[in-house]
Design a protein around this ligand. Structure first.
Ligand SMILES: [Zn+2]
Length: 231
C-alpha cells in the first residue's frame, strides 16, 4: 500500500473508531438513564404520603362521629329514663340532641367525602405502583440487552485501536503528523479526487498534482490542504 493509501486506510479506521466511540457513549447513556423510573418512584412515594394523610383525616372523622353518637346516646338516656322530670331541662336536652344530630349529619357528609377521596387515592397509587413495576421490568430488560452490547463495542474498539496503532507504526512519521494536524483542524484529513476535483472543497486539482497523488505521494490540496487520494 502506498503512503496515500495508508493514510486513507488510517482515516477509515479513525472514522470507524469515532462511530464506535459514539455508540459506546450512547449505550452508556442509556444504561445510566433511569430518570423515568426514579420519577415514578418519587411519584408513588408522594402519593402514599398523601394517602396516609387522607386516611388519618378519615379516621379522625370516624372518631368525631362516634363521639357525637355517644353524646346523643347519653342524652337520649337521660331523656327517656324518666329520671329527668323538669320540663325546662327536658326541652334543653331535646334542643341539645337536635343540635348534635345536625352536627352528626355534617360529620357524616365529611366522612363520606374522606372515604371516597381515600378510595380515589388508593386507585391512583395502585396505578402508579403498576406503572413503576412495568418500568422496572423494562429497565432490567434494557440492562440485560445493553450490557452485552457494551462489551461487544468495547471489544471492537480495542481491536480497531490495535489495528490503527499497527498501521500508524508503518506510516512515515512526518506524513502521520501532517495527517493528524489536518484531522484535528478539518475533521477529515484525506479526501478523494473525483473528475479532477478535490472532494473536500470541490476545487479543481491541477493534473500534475493528482497524478502524483495517484502515484501514492503525499499531496495536499492547494485550496483546503487536505491530503488527496486516488485509487
Ligand atoms: Zn480541497
Amino acid at each position: 500500500m502506498n503512503l496515500a493509501g495508508q493514510l486513507y486506510k488510517l482515516q477509515q479506521l479513525d472514522l470507524e473508531l469515532q462511530k464506535k466511540q459514539q455508540e459506546l457513549t450512547d449505550v452508556e447513556n442509556q444504561l445510566s438513564d433511569n430518570k423515568p423510573l426514579v420519577a415514578a418512584e418519587a411519584r408513588l412515594a408522594s402519593q402514599k404520603e398523601q394517602l396516609a394523610d387522607a386516611r388519618k383525616k378519615q379516621k379522625s372523622s370516624e372518631w368525631e362521629l362516634e363521639d357525637l353518637q355517644e353524646k346523643i346516646r347519653q342524652i337520649d338516656g337521660k331523656l327517656y329514663s324518666g329520671k329527668t322530670k323538669d320540663p325546662k331541662e327536658l326541652v334543653n336536652l331535646e334542643k341539645e340532641v337536635k343540635g348534635l344530630k345536625n352536627q352528626t349529619t355534617t360529620k357524616e357528609d365529611i366522612l363520606l367525602g374522606s372515604m371516597s377521596l381515600v378510595e380515589e387515592m388508593e386507585a391512583t397509587a395502585r396505578t402508579t405502583a403498576g406503572e413503576l413495576e412495568r418500568l422496572k421490568e423494562e429497565w432490567e430488560q434494557l440492562q440485560e440487552t445493553l450490557r452485552p452490547r457494551k462489551s461487544e463495542i468495547e471489544i471492537a474498539l480495542s481491536e480497531l485501536k490495535g489495528e490503527r496503532s499497527r498501521l500508524a507504526d508503518q506510516i512515515d512519521s512526518e506524513a502521520f503528523n501532517i495527517y493528524e494536524r489536518i484531522r484535528l483542524a478539518r475533521g477529515q484529513a484525506v479526501v478523494k479526487v473525483e473528475r479532477g476535483r478535490c472532494l473536500g472543497c470541490h476545487i479543481t486539482v491541477p493534473t500534475s498534482q493528482w497524478q502524483k497523488a495517484k502515484a501514492g505521494d503525499l499531496i495536499q490540496c492547494n485550496n483546503c490542504s487536505r491530503i488527496l487520494y486516488l485509487e
